[in-house]
Design a protein around this ligand. Structure first.
Ligand SMILES: Cc1cc2nc3c(=O)[nH]c(=O)nc-3n(C[C@H](O)[C@H](O)[C@H](O)COP(=O)(O)OP(=O)(O)OC[C@H]3O[C@@H](n4cnc5c(N)ncnc54)[C@H](O)[C@@H]3O)c2cc1C
Length: 462
């Protein structure tokens, strides 16, 4: 039976919401977790299904195993546009898993419930209750079709990219909408290969190709039993619709680049991923945002499972302090903003700068850059996961010698662009590390202005 009041309400039982509810409950709060889906469908999401192993130790939960775990991976293979160059990148912390999304989601849900969270399925949250500048709970339709109001000291919106909840929050801190150019539209299939073995079976493959996946890439993730999770995504274009047209277009033109023979398509579908830096603020009075709803996704590769789990854990820990102090104002919840932004947020902001630049490099530049190893596999790993690119002067010189002077002159534009992107990535990362602390929220407008200045620079350069 739904009660009228809880300490914490979590909207959405995806990876972010299930973890937020689990830890909110573990930390002693009376927690309600709701989802509009039927319970058996929790976890079912069109996704690449890949995530690193590090997060499980970080938040202290069991690694995927048994039915949840489709396949264990050693690392990443990056394939150049003309397929002539491949980098194999292995990072102990990021060697990871291909999960069975439903089984994984069901496990996270079960563990949240075991920890004490009260879960109700088929609850559609329409908006939040807002009174005197505070979010005070949710307005929803329950599974009998009745309109309900349920109160909470803290409401955590983990309802994903399409969050209609975020759209209705009245806040000067939280953005309600996400610009289409800051999102990518993806199409994905899970296929069984009939005529060939899985290529590079211990690695997930990322194939950069502006020709077939402009502004994006093709992924090819082994799932075991000769099956592959294959997909592609790129910036949304006007009039682009999901569904049949995309499916037909992508299968014929795009996936055939990596799969030569016949396949049996086991599952297919499309979805949208936000690929920008996190929202300016993930909190306001009585409200916190977690996961895709807060744009906590790696802008370079679109991976957001790990980030949503990390954020769910952090949000629960800060919500506890608010509930215990009976103060769930923005000032009290801001600690979550600060913690997130100076850490993963700063990495994602740097990667967002790189994403904007990369979307404008052509295949010739990418082939050249990868073939000549302007960036090493190690560099690329560091960039992809930490948003860090170290390019000292001596380093730059040695790279030019490696490339050869003539080629350096021929591709001077690329080298100059890379150096400029590197500078802006460093600048924004440092700025995010200075994200205003709780108690210094007055500095927020000045900080925001400085971030906007960097964005203006990268957007006018590309
Ligand atoms: C095609 C594709 C491929 C991807 N590949 C990868 C990958 O390989 N690795 C990776 O790490 N990430 C990947 N991602 C991103 C990843 O799927 C997301 O970042 C991650 O699932 C975010 O989790 P979340 O909990 O924030 O949201 P979600 O998983 O979207 O969960 C939101 C939940 O909220 C519920 N909900 C929504 N609205 C309401 C409402 N109004 N009321 C009640 N409930 C509601 C939904 O039913 C859902 O259960 C991919 C995404 C796409 C689209």
């Amino acid at each position: 039976m739904l009660k009228d009041t809880y300490d914490v309400i979590v909207i959405g039982a995806g990876t972010g919401g299930a973890i937020a509810a689990r830890f909110a409950s573990k930390f002693g709060m009376d927690t309600l977790l709701v989802d509009r889906k039927q319970r058996e469908q929790i976890g079912n999401k069109i996704c690449g299904d890949a995530l690193g192993s590090e997060i499980f130790d970080l938040i202290g939960i069991a690694h995927p195993r048994g039915k949840e775990l489709d396949y264990k991976l050693k690392g990443v293979r990056l394939l150049s546009p003309d397929c002539s160059k491949e980098f194999f990148m292995v990072d102990q912390n990021q060697a990871g898993y291909l999960v069975n999304r439903v089984e994984f989601g069901q496990r996270l849900l079960k563990e949240a419930i075991t920890e004490g969270a009260e879960f109700h399925d088929k609850i559609h949250v329409r908006e939040t209750i807002q009174e005197n500048g505070y979010v005070k709970g949710i307005k929803c339709i329950d599974n009998d079709g009745n309109a309900r109001k349920i109160n909470a000291k803290v409401t955590i919106d983990a309802s994903g990219f399409y969050s209609q909840v975020r759209e209705t929050i009245e806040s000067t801190y939280i953005e309600n909408s996400i610009a289409p150019e800051d999102t990518i539209l993806c199409y994905r299939e899970i296929v069984r290969l009939k005529d060939e073995p899985v290529d590079a079976p211990d690695h997930i493959t990322i194939h950069l190709t502006q020709d077939l996946a402009p502004g994006g890439y093709i992924w090819y993730f082994p799932k075991g039993n000769n099956t592959v999770n294959i997909g592609t995504g790129g910036p949304r274009q006007k009039g682009m619709k999901m569904g049949k047209i995309i499916k037909e277009r992508y299968r014929r033109n795009v996936f055939d680049r990596l799969i030569r023979g016949e396949v049996e398509v086991l599952s297919s579908g499309a979805g949208i991923v936000p690929v920008r830096r996190p929202l300016w603020s993930l909190v306001d009075n009585g409200i916190m945002l977690v996961g895709d709803s807060g744009c906590q996704v790696n802008p370079l590769h679109g991976g957001g499972i790990e980030a949503s789990m990390r954020a769910g854990f952090m949000a629960a820990a800060v919500a506890r302090k608010g509930v215990e102090a009976n103060d769930c104002s923005i000032g009290k919840l801001w600690e979550y903003n600060h913690k997130y932004m100076v850490g993963q947020g700063s990495q994602f902001a740097a990667l967002d700068i790189l994403r904007i630049a990369l979307q404008h490099f052509d295949d010739e530049d990418l082939n050249f850059g990868l073939k000549k190893e302007i960036l090493s596999g190690e560099d690329i790993l560091k960039i992809a996961y930490a948003g860090e690119l170290e390019l000292g002067m001596m380093d730059a010189l040695s790279r030019i010698f490696k490339i050869g002077l003539l080629d350096s002159i021929r591709h001077a534009g690329l080298l100059i662009n890379l150096a400029y992107v590197h500078k802006l990535m460093t600048d924004i990362k440092k700025l995010y590390e200075l994200y205003p602390r709780a108690g210094k929220i007055d500095n927020f407008p000045t900080w925001k202005k400085r971030v906007n200045e960097i964005y203006l620079k990268i957007k006018s350069a590309f």
